[in-house]
Design a protein around this ligand. Structure first.
Ligand code: FES
Length: 106
């Protein structure tokens, strides 16, 4: 059943910034692309486990894995650039009452 989980305050993530949060036993990287657009993906590259929260954002919506340069669309989790080809999980983000909430399905 889907549930909404608060993972941060909006003020915890500066515009253009990111934050790695714990979600149950998973790490999730939350990106503040601009003040009304936040995205969240699991913090594990599907190529070989790189920490995407340590990667840089390119082309507005792509995170580049710091290990071997794979890129993922942070809106969908889709793998865009090799060496990764499997998607990663993306979580819908809701902003309310000054908080950042993720919808999780477990
Ligand atoms: S671990 Fe991310 S590109 Fe290899």
């Amino acid at each position: 059943m889907a549930r909404l989980v608060k993972v941060a305050e909006r003020s915890d993530i500066a515009r253009g910034g990111k934050l790695v949060v714990e979600l149950d036993d998973m790490e999730v990287a939350v990106f503040n692309v601009d003040d009304e657009q936040y995205y969240a993906v699991e913090n594990i590259c599907s190529h070989d486990g790189g920490s995407l929260g340590d990667g840089r954002i390119v082309n507005s919506y792509e995170v580049e894995c710091p290990r071997h340069g794979a890129r993922f669309d942070i809106r969908t989790g889709k793998a865009l650039v090799m060496p990764a080809f499997e998607p990663i999980e993306a979580f819908p983000v809701t902003l309310k009452d000054g908080g950042v909430y993720l919808t999780v399905d477990w």
